[in-house]
Structure formats: C-alpha cells, structure tokens
Design a protein around this ligand. Structure first.
Ligand code: ATP
Length: 366
C-alpha cells in the first residue's frame, strides 16, 4: 500500500534551480528534497509559479539542477539525456500530431525507439484497449474531442512502458464534468499499469481525489508531504491549511504540550486539545486550525469552546455553512450536513456556542 514505506522510484536530494542572473535571479526551486515511491500516485500541488513544472522538467531531463541530485531507482540520472530516461511526460497541450490517426500517434514513440513492427502493433492494440479508444483508432486526432485527445496522449506516453509518468496539468483544458471523469480514469490507469505517476496541479480538489500522497509547494519549497487525509486534517503550516480547503484559524496559549498533542487555552477561557505537527512542541501563543465540519453548534453556555452570533446561513444542498461572528470579533464557519427535517434551523442574529471536540484542532508551526 502507498501509505507503507516502499522502494523509491525517484529521490530528489537538495535540488536547487536558479534562473537568470543578478537582479533578475529567481530561485524556482529552493533546495527541495522528496522521495517518490514506486507505484505511487504522487501529486505536486501549489499555486502558479511555485516551481512545480520546474521540478517535473528536471526529472524529465529537459533542464538541469543548479545544485543537488535526482536519483531514479537509486541511480543518479544527471548524465542521461531525456530520451534515455525511463520517464515520459504528458503535457497540458497534448502535442498530438493532427494529421496522424489515433493509432499512429500512439505508435509514434515506439517507432522512434526503433521497436519491431509486430511489437508496435501489439502494444498499440493494448494501449487502445487500456484507454478505451479501440473504436476510434483510425480517426485523425484533429477529429476527436478534447477528452479523447487526452486519452490518446496518455496512451502514447504509456506505450514505451516508462517507469515514471510525469503529468503536467493534463486535465486543465477539459470541462468540469470531463475532468472529473478523467480523474477517476487516471487513477484507474495508474493502478492497472503500476507505473509511478507524478502529477502536477494547482487544484486542491483534484489532488485530494487522485493522490496517494501530495507534496504542497510554495515559493520554490516543499512545505509538507503526506496522504490527502494528512494534508487536510493535519496541515503543519498556515499556507497548507489555507491552500487546502476552507478553514478556521484560532489563536491560543499553550498550557501543556507533549507527545504530539497539546492543551491550548482560547480567549474564551476554554481549554481544548490540539494535535501537533511532527517534531513540533510549541510554547507561548499558537495558531490552531479547525475545519468547518469538525466543529459543532451548541448552546451559547459556559460549556461552549467559543460563543458568537450567526451572521449568515448559506444552504448548499448537501450541507449548510453557518458564518459566525465570535464574541472577540473574529469570523468562524461551521459546516453542518443536511438531512431531511434534521437540525435546528438557525437564522442571522441567533446566539450560538461552538464545541470543538477532541480531534478537531491542529496546531500550526507558523
Ligand atoms: P504554473 O502552475 O503557473 O505552471 P509552476 O508552479 O509550474 O507554475 P514554474 O513554471 O516551475 O511554476 O516556475 C517557477 C518560477 O520560476 C516562476 O517564478 C517562473 O517565473 C520561474 N521560471 C520558470 N522557468 C523559467 C525560465 N526558463 N526562465 C526564468 N524564470 C523561469
């Protein structure tokens, strides 16, 4: 299972990449280290310009690190040109040949590798089946839809059986519904082929849906690596908490901290437990993160962790978002799942309490 330590497909060790010189110098990657396991769906997630594509290009061999090394199955790949690396890339623009058929596009990479005709035919047939494009194999790629072009691009990249497939925002040109379908499809392809996928996106929902593990990047650094659940439930830093999903921040004073958990006193005087990022033991003031669905509405009495007034009630079908103004003036959102006839109806102006249960709060390093 991906959660268990496995063999590493790729190890990025202390990699730095600087573009430009003097005043125009940009550290696109500022000393990045990460290990990506064999047979893993690994996602690089971060906002535009954080260095995701740069890291992918270094792994592919389209560019070279300023410092550091990249190992593939334990071997330094620096001396290998891109075409000799057992790595293939699917780009955002699929870069298909419009005058060639679906089957010719899929076979192209294999032809370039000088594979025998029979082997190419067998492999193309296998790939057409894998991406469910057998019926359209004789069509030109200029005559198929965006989603179908995406499948052909994937089949072409998977054809030569790379050890690692790099995917640079491959779904961004597709509409919402097709993107959702392709997310499931990509996960299936990764599972069926057993190839390590390194997927780049700035879409947190996409990353949470597909990945075994996610690396969250900002300004040329990797801030946190973990399973989708780790990243969502246990963000280590404010940037990660804010970038992934909706969240509430609370300030408090640490009363005690040991063995991965702390007791934190809030401004209301309530003392609540909070989990701690690995290797972090805070003292003094600390910021906590509480996801809106991990807090509960209750009476505004002395037992409540927080107290405030409902400012806005937003009904979203599956759940309702309650926007509160806490008594210290800060904002707080509670998300309640809807059920037929269930839950007390709340309206702006109502006084409420908020209960923060034992596993709801996480302390942040910054
Ligand atoms: P996006 O999601 O917008 O593609 P990204 O996270 O992939 O962004 P990169 O393309 O890796 O980001 O760029 C990281 C930083 O390096 C940016 O500040 C970018 O402007 C800079 N950069 C990238 N390539 C070059 C280059 N060839 N020359 C100069 N600067 C570059």
């Amino acid at each position: 299972m991906p959660e268990q330590p496995g063999k590493n497909a790729i190890e990025v060790r202390g990699v730095r990449k600087v573009f430009g010189t003097g005043e125009n110098q940009v550290a696109a990657l500022d000393t990045v280290s990460v290990s990506i396991r064999e047979n893993e769906f690994f996602t690089l997630l971060g906002p535009s310009g954080c260095g995701k594509t740069t890291l992918l290009r270094l792994i592919a061999g389209f560019d070279f690190p300023t410092a550091g090394e990249i190992l593939l199955h334990g071997q330094d790949i620096a001396p290998l040109p891109p075409y000799k690396r057992p790595v293939n890339t699917v780009f955002q623009s699929y870069a298909l040949f419009p005058h060639m058929t679906v089957a010719q596009n899929i076979g192209f990479g294999l032809e370039m590798l000088g594979k025998p005709k029979g082997e190419i035919e067998a492999r193309v047939a296998q790939m057409l089946k894998l991406v469910k494009m057998e019926a359209l194999k004789a069509r030109r790629t200029s005559q198929i839809s965006g989603g179908q072009q995406q499948r052909v691009a994937l089949a072409r990249a998977l054809g030569p059986q790379p050890k690692v497939l790099l995917l640079d925002e491959p779904l961004s040109a597709l509409d919402y519904k097709l993107r959702k379908e392709m997310q499931i499809e990509l996960k299936r392809l990764q599972h069926e082929t057993g190839i390590t996928f390194i997927f780049v996106t700035h879409d947190q929902e996409e990353a949470l849906t597909m990945s075994d593990r996610i690396a969250v990047m900002s300004a040329g650094k990797i801030l946190q690596v973990g399973t989708p659940r780790d990243i969502y439930d246990r963000p280590a830093e404010r940037f990660v908490a804010d970038f992934i999903g909706e969240t509430n921040f609370l300030e408090g004073e640490v009363k005690s901290a040991a063995d991965g958990s702390a007791t934190v006193r809030l401004s209301t005087g309530a003392e609540i437990p909070a989990s701690l990022p690995e290797g972090f033991t805070p003292s003094g003031s600390v910021t906590l993160v509480v996801r809106p669905e991990h807090a509960q509405i209750g009476p505004a009495d002395a037992n409540a962790s927080l107290r405030g007034t409902v400012e806005n009630v937003v009904y979203l079908g599956t759940d309702t978002h309650l926007h509160l103004k806490l008594d210290d003036g800060s904002a707080f959102i509670v998300r309640r799942q809807n059920s037929r006839g269930g839950g007390e109806a709340l309206a702006p102006g109502n006084r409420v309490g908020v209960a923060i249960g034992p596993n709801a709060a996480q302390a942040l390093k910054d």
